[in-house]
Design a protein around this ligand. Structure first.
Ligand code: NOJ
Length: 741
C-alpha cells in the first residue's frame, strides 16, 4: 500500500516536472524567437544574405575547391558560418573578425566530426556492428566534447543514409542496410552530439545528412542519381532521418543526388513538404559542398541565378561553398523572383540555432584554450574508444575454437599490410585525428604478450602488385606457432568519392594469403575495411576471420583484447556480405518474388552461376561461446488491434565463456495489399550471459510493428497472418505465426 502511494506520488511528480520542463522549453523557444526577430529587424538585406553563406577555411579540405577570400568575407559580414576551422585560438581569431562587423553576429563553426574528433572511434559502420546504442551515444558524446573544446559548434553528422550497395564508398559512414537499426543509431548519435543542452560547452549541433536517399546512388557510384518509388522512399530510406530529427537534431544537409529527377538541393518536396510540413522540423537546412552550383551540372538550372532561386525556394537556408547566394540573392529579391520574407525565414532559422548554442551571449564561449588543453585525448576518452572498438568487432569464422589464442603462445607471426599500419586505422572522415597516435595491431599484440616472440613481416603492400615481400612473410610464418594475417582495404578506398567496382581485397593480398596458407600454419585473418568484401576463399580455407573494420585510435589494443580472449566478441553485421558483386543489391529484407528460389526449378528467381545466399547474412556474428535458442512462445495465437502480443524465448549460453548476444526479432506480413519483405527487423535485445546461464526474453508486439505503406499509400496495418522470426542473425531463426484479427 505504502509502496503504491509512493509510486503514485512519484508519477504525479514526474508528470508535473516534465510539464514544467515542457513549459520551460516552450518559453525558451518563444524567448529565442523574440530575440531572433529583434536582431533580424536591424539587418540590411546584404547582411541577411551573408548569414546564408558557409565557407571552408584553408585549414582542412573536404571538397573540390577552397575560397581563398573567406577571411575577407567574414570581415565584410558576408558569411554566417565557417567549416574546416578548429582550435580554440584559431576560431577565436575568426570570431573576432565577425565581432568587428556592424551587426556582430557570431560565426558558427562546423566540421565533419564523424567518429571522434581527436580521439578517433571506430568508423560509423563498425560502431553499428556493436548494436550497442549506449556505446554509440558515448562515442558521439566524447566526439562532441573534444570538438566543442576546440571551438566547434556544429558537426556534419550523423549520416543517416541507408546503404544497401557496398560498392558505394560511403557505406562506411552510416549504420548499414537496415531502417530500424539505422533509426535507433541515428537517434543515439544525435543525443550524444547534442546532449541535453545545446548551449553547454561540451555539446555540438548535429546535422542530419544526406537528405535524402543518397545511399541509393545508382550502381554504387558516388553522386549518382536515385530513382525510387515513394513507398520505398518512405518505408526504407526516410525513417532514420526522421528519427534523428525527432531526437532533436537542429540542422539537415541536402544530398548530392537527384531524387526522381529533382536534385535534393532544389527539391521542395523534400526540404519543405516532408521536412518542415510533415515532420515539423524547425532548424535550418544547409547544402552539401557546392551543391547549389551542381544544379547546373544536373541540368536543372541554366545559370547561377536560377540555381540560387531554385534552392532558396525549395527551402534550402544555407549555401555551403558555392557562394551563389551571396552573388545572386540580392538581385533575385530586387527583381521579385524571391521575396525578402523567404530570405528572412532562412536567416531566422540560422540565427535561432546560434542563439540555442549560446553564441549571442558569449561568442567566444567555445574558444577556451585551457579547456581545450585539458580535454583532448584524455585517458578516459582513450579507454572509451578502446571499449567501443572491442564492441564493434565481428567474429565471422572460428573453426575448432582457434580463437581466442592462449596467451602462453611462444611465437606468433603478425603478417600483412595492416599488421604494422597506423595510417589506415583511423579510417576515412577522421576529423582532426592524428593517425600517428593510433595503436597498430603489432603494438597491441606486443603490449598484450610481453613475453612472447612476436615476429612481423609486411607481406605485401595494400594495393600494388609487388610480391617482393612474400618470401620473408612465408619464412616467419614457418617459424611461428600461429599467424595473424592482417588484410583489408586502405582507408582512402572508403568514404566520399571512393566507389569500387570490385569488392575483392586489393593488390596481391589474396595471393599472400594463399602463400601463408600453404605453410600449413593455423591462421587468423584480421580484416580492416570499411565495407563488405567478397572473401569467399578466405571463408572456405582460413579457420578464423575477425572483421575489425577501421577501429580508430585504439584499434591495436582492442583487437588484441579480442584475439587473446580478454574480450569475447559480440558484434553483428549491420550489412550483408555478398559472395559476388553480381548479387548486388543484396540485403536481408528482400521480397519473395512470384517465383521464389527453388533449386529444382530452373524458372525460379536465381542465378545460373552462384547461389542467392550471401556469404554472411545481416545480423551475423559469432562469439567464443555458443547460444542456444529455445522454442518461441506467444501469449496468444490471435490478437485484436488494441492488444499487445508478448513473445517469449529462452536463450542459453551453452559454451565455456561469458558472452553477449544480440537477440534479433523479425516480422513478416504474409498477405497484404502490397508485397512485403520476407522479414524485417523490428526489435532486438543485447544480453550478457555467464557460461551455462539462461534467460527468458520477452518482446512486445503491437500494430506499430505491423504497419507499412499500404496499396493506397496510407500508413497502417492490415489484418491477417504474420510470422515472427527470432535468432542470432537474420538467417537462422525460430519462427512462429500469429493472427491479427
Ligand atoms: C561533402 C560530403 O558529402 C559531406 O558529407 C561533408 O559533410 C561535406 N563535404 C563537408 O565536408
Amino acid at each position: 500500500m505504502k509502496i503504491k502511494k509512493q509510486t503514485t506520488l512519484l508519477i504525479i511528480f514526474s508528470i508535473l516536472f516534465s510539464f514544467g520542463c515542457n513549459q520551460k522549453t516552450v518559453k525558451n523557444e518563444v524567448n529565442i524567437d523574440k530575440k531572433v526577430d529583434s536582431v533580424l529587424k536591424l539587418m540590411t538585406l546584404e547582411e541577411k544574405i551573408g548569414q546564408l553563406s558557409l565557407f571552408t577555411s584553408d585549414m582542412d579540405q573536404t571538397g573540390a575547391f577552397i575560397r581563398k577570400e573567406y577571411q575577407e568575407d567574414i570581415k565584410k559580414g558576408r558569411v554566417g558560418a565557417i567549416f574546416n576551422a578548429y582550435g580554440a585560438a584559431y576560431t577565436r581569431k575568426l570570431q573576432e573578425m565577425a565581432m568587428n562587423t556592424r551587426m556582430k553576429i557570431p560565426l558558427l563553426f562546423g566540421y565533419d566530426v564523424i567518429h571522434g574528433h581527436r580521439t578517433i572511434f571506430p568508423v560509423p559502420l563498425a560502431e553499428a556492428a556493436s548494436w550497442d546504442l549506449a556505446a554509440i551515444e558515448l562515442s558521439a558524446r566524447v566526439a562532441a566534447t573534444e570538438a566543442a573544446a576546440e571551438g566547434l559548434h556544429w558537426t556534419f553528422a550523423p549520416m543517416c543514409d541507408i546503404a544497401r550497395d557496398p560498392r558505394w564508398g560511403r557505406v562506411v559512414e552510416g549504420a548499414g542496410e537496415d531502417t530500424y537499426l539505422g533509426s535507433l543509431i541515428a537517434q543515439a548519435r544525435v543525443k550524444g552530439f547534442q546532449g541535453n543542452d545545446l548551449a553547454a560547452t561540451n555539446t555540438v549541433a548535429a546535422c542530419v545528412k544526406h537528405f535524402a536517399a543518397y545511399g541509393a546512388a545508382q550502381a554504387g557510384r558516388d553522386y549518382h542519381s536515385v530513382d525510387m518509388s515513394e513507398r520505398m522512399l518512405r518505408e526504407v530510406y526516410l525513417p532514420p532521418y526522421q528519427a534523428a530529427i525527432d531526437a532533436g537534431a537542429v540542422t539537415v544537409m541536402t544530398s548530392f543526388n537527384d531524387l526522381n529527377g529533382i536534385p535534393a538541393t532544389a527539391n521542395r518536396f523534400l526540404m519543405t513538404d516532408i521536412l518542415r510540413n510533415e515532420w515539423n522540423f524547425k532548424g535550418f537546412v544547409v547544402t552539401d559542398y557546392t551543391s547549389i552550383m551542381e544544379l547546373m551540372f544536373h541540368g536543372v538550372a541554366a545559370d547561377t541565378a536560377q540555381a540560387s532561386e531554385l534552392s532558396i525556394l525549395a527551402g534550402v537556408d544555407m549555401d555551403m561553398q558555392s557562394g551563389f547566394y551571396n552573388q545572386e540573392l540580392e538581385n533575385l529579391v530586387k527583381t521579385g523572383k524571391v521575396t525578402e520574407s523567404a530570405i528572412d525565414e532562412a536567416v531566422k532559422r540560422i540565427l535561432r540555432v546560434k542563439f540555442q548554442l549560446g553564441l549571442f551571449e558569449n561568442p567566444y564561449k567555445y574558444c577556451n584554450e585551457e579547456l581545450e588543453k585539458e580535454t583532448l585525448m584524455k585517458p578516459e576518452f582513450l579507454e572509451s574508444a578502446r571499449d567501443v572498438a572491442r564492441k564493434s568487432i565481428v567474429l565471422l569464422k572460428n573453426e575448432n575454437g582457434i580463437l581466442p589464442i592462449n596467451k602462453q603462445v611462444k611465437s606468433i607471426a603478425v603478417i600483412g599490410p595492416f599488421a604494422d599500419n597506423k595510417r589506415d586505422l583511423i579510417g576515412s572522415w577522421s576529423a582532426a585525428g592524428n593517425w600517428s597516435k593510433s595503436v597498430s595491431l603489432l603494438e597491441g599484440i606486443k603490449a598484450k604478450l610481453p613475453e612472447a616472440n612476436v615476429l612481423y613481416a609486411r607481406g605485401s603492400n595494400i594495393a600494388d602488385d609487388s610480391t617482393q615481400f612474400f618470401a620473408e612473410a612465408v619464412n616467419i610464418a614457418k617459424k611461428a606457432d600461429i599467424v595473424i594475417l592482417a588484410l583489408g582495404e586502405a582507408a582512402y578506398m572508403t568514404g566520399e568519392a571512393a566507389s569500387r567496382s570490385s569488392l575483392d581485397l586489393p593488390g596481391v593480398q589474396m595471393q599472400l594469403a594463399q602463400k601463408i596458407y600453404e605453410t600449413g600454419k593455423p591462421i587468423a585473418v584480421v580484416l580492416m575495411n570499411g565495407r563488405p568484401l567478397t572473401i569467399n576463399w578466405l571463408n572456405e580455407k582460413v579457420p578464423a576471420i575477425l572483421e575489425t573494420w577501421f577501429l580508430g585510435t585504439q584499434a591495436g589494443n582492442a583487437i588484441a583484447d579480442v584475439l587473446f580472449g580478454d574480450y569475447n566478441p559480440s558484434g553483428k553485421l549491420p550489412i550483408t556480405f555478398p559472395r559476388a558483386v553480381g548479387q548486388i543489391p543484396i540485403h536481408y529484407n528482400m521480397k519473395n518474388t512470384g517465383r521464389p528460389m527453388d533449386p529444382n526449378n530452373k524458372y525460379s528467381s536465381k542465378y545460373l552461376d552462384i547461389s542467392n545466399e550471401p556469404l554472411y547474412p545481416f545480423g551475423f556474428g559469432l562469439s567464443y561461446t555458443q547460444f542456444e535458442y529455445g522454442e518461441l512462445s506467444l501469449s496468444k495465437n490471435e490478437i485484436s488491434e488494441n492488444e499487445t502480443l508478448t513473445v517469449k524465448i529462452s536463450i542459453k549460453n551453452t559454451g565455456k565463456f561469458k558472452g553477449k548476444e544480440v537477440v534479433q526479432l523479425y516480422i513478416r506480413d504474409l498477405v497484404a495489399s502490397v508485397s512485403r519483405p520476407v522479414k524485417e527487423l523490428k526489435a532486438f535485445q543485447k544480453i550478457e550471459l555467464e557460461a551455462g546461464e539462461s534467460k527468458m526474453l520477452e518482446f512486445k508486439i503491437s500494430t506499430k510493428e505491423l504497419s507499412f505503406y499500404k496499396a493506397d499509400m496510407s500508413f497502417g496495418y492490415e489484418k491477417g497472418e504474420f510470422e515472427i522470426l527470432i535468432g542470432g542473425n537474420s538467417r537462422d531463426t525460430k519462427n512462429v505465426k500469429f493472427l491479427l484479427k
